[in-house]
Ligand binder design. Structure first.
Ligand SMILES: [Zn+2]
Length: 455
């Protein structure tokens, strides 16, 4: 039995245009046998099935290469590391993975998570126990005493439930890579950004060039991909020179970084959505607001976009990812905002942003040559939308316009179940966001009185 999908418009991911009145045909295994004008399509037989998307825009399933399945829409780093047991995080992560799929994302990379949460979610979906997106999984970030994710004081370290695995020697790092690969990760995440700055303000990388080279080499020797959190120039440069497959952020990259990336073939995922949401959504009373994080993020964002445009001009492949899993980037909500930011802030064409989120992202994913493009031989991972993202890229953020999500030709239907975040994520013990001195209380009481007087 074959399935014939009538498409109002078909965007394959291979070209910049969509074909009007097209057809997508796939076999029982969900493998595409035809994608093109309806006129040229093979004729359906008696036992074949037809799906009518003749009023819709059909395109490859979207891919987000930066969604942390175990974070749980965290409000604090402690939420990510401490409060929920790993078993609960796996169940919660499955629930949220389904929310991501329901937003039109048929594949994600979860680049750094505590324990074996992401790979367990991947395995359960692959085994058919649950519906959900394809998952490419990393384990905990490999970090040093100078690295991101080792954020607690030295007398606490990186707890076993945290997203970071602290290594203190190269031998430790190699052992950790082998341990993670044995457990079944698809990629190794390295926390390349450090925490110290030089007097000139430059962020010092968490690992030396030599250490980075050894970790990436061992990862590749095991047949896995190496990915890095690297916003700083030095972290980006070391990553690029070492042949890191994917570099996240890269906001401070310079010409030397670009040249190294060109030479080694490193790809880049800037992850604009998370900083943009921090800038736009953080409220003044929140701790991040009080610490001036939105203003800092805004400055970094402006510098980042200017640098990233240079990398784009140089032909570095750009991937789309959002850092979903934080309170500012809840699962299933903002994934497609990244495409809009690619267009608005990096100068991508709408088709270019669509291709980044499908064809280019697929080049990084496990079994990536089977997804990301709708062409014969690949799997029928596709979505159907009311309205054309080639006319308005923000269409992809409107779930009411999403008329179908298919993975290997099978429609997945996930009920949009509401949940109470207080029972899912908010286990932090912090109670107040203000300090109630007599002066502050008088100020607050004065404000209330003024309000009452105004009424
Ligand atoms: Zn991240």
């Amino acid at each position: 039995m074959k399935t014939f999908v009538r498409c109002g418009r078909l965007f394959t991911g291979q070209e910049d245009e969509a074909t009007k009145n097209a057809a997508l045909v796939y076999d029982e295994a969900g493998r595409i046998v035809y994608a093109g004008p309806e006129k040229g399509a093979p004729k359906p037989g008696k036992s074949d099935r037809t799906i009518d998307h003749s009023g819709q825009f059909v395109m490859p399933g979207l891919i987000d290469v930066h969604t942390h399945l175990a974070y749980g829409n965290a409000k604090t780093e402690e939420d990510i590391d401490l409060y929920a047991p790993l078993e609960f995080r796996a169940l919660r992560g499955m629930f949220f993975a389904q929310k991501v799929a329901a937003a039109g994302y048929t594949a994600i990379c979860s680049p750094g998570d505590a324990g074996q949460v992401s790979l367990s979610i991947r395995n359960a979906i692959e085994a058919g126990l649950f519906e959900g997106p394809r998952v490419m999984a990393a384990g905990p970030y490999i970090t040093s005493h100078q690295g991101l994710t080792d954020w607690y004081p030295t007398w606490i370290g990186a707890p076993t439930t945290s997203i970071g695995r602290l290594v203190t020697t190269v031998a430790d790092a190699v052992e950790e890579i082998r341990w993670q690969v044995k457990n079944g990760v698809d990629c190794i995440k390295i926390a390349m950004d450090g925490i110290q700055r030089r007097p000139d303000g430059e962020l010092i990388a968490a690992f030396t060039q030599e250490e980075t080279d050894i970790m990436v080499r061992e990862t590749h020797r095991m047949g896995k991909k190496a990915v890095a959190h690297a916003g700083g120039r030095e972290a980006t440069l070391y990553s690029a020179r070492a042949g890191m497959d994917l570099i996240f952020h890269g906001f401070d990259l310079d010409d030397e970084c670009i040249a190294a990336m060109k030479k080694s073939g490193s790809m880049l995922c800037p992850t604009l959505t998370q900083p943009k949401n921090i800038i736009e959504f953080t409220q003044p009373h929140e701790p991040a607001g009080q610490r001036g994080r939105p203003a800092f993020a805004e400055k970094r964002y402006r510098i980042g976009c200017a640098n990233l445009k240079k990398a784009k001009k140089a032909g570095i492949p750009f991937l789309t990812g959002t850092d979903s899993g934080f309170a500012v980037t809840p699962y299933g909500e903002w994934h497609a905002r990244e495409l809009e930011l690619f267009v608005d802030d990096l100068g991508f064409s709408k088709a270019g942003a669509l291709r980044a989120a499908t064809e280019t992202n697929a080049r990084f994913m496990s079994h990536g040559d089977e997804i990301g493009v709708l062409e014969p031989g690949r799997l029928a991972d596709f979505t159907a939308w009311d309205g054309s993202p080639l006319a308005d890229i923000s269409v992809l953020q409107d779930k009411r316009r999403l008329r179908g999500v298919y993975i290997a030709g099978r429609e997945i239907k996930i009920a949009d179940r509401p949940y109470d975040p207080r029972e899912v994520t908010d286990f932090s013990l912090s109670n107040w966001t203000d300090l109630y001195t007599q002066a502050r209380v008088a100020e607050l009481r004065g404000g209330r009185r003024r309000l009452e007087a105004a009424e």
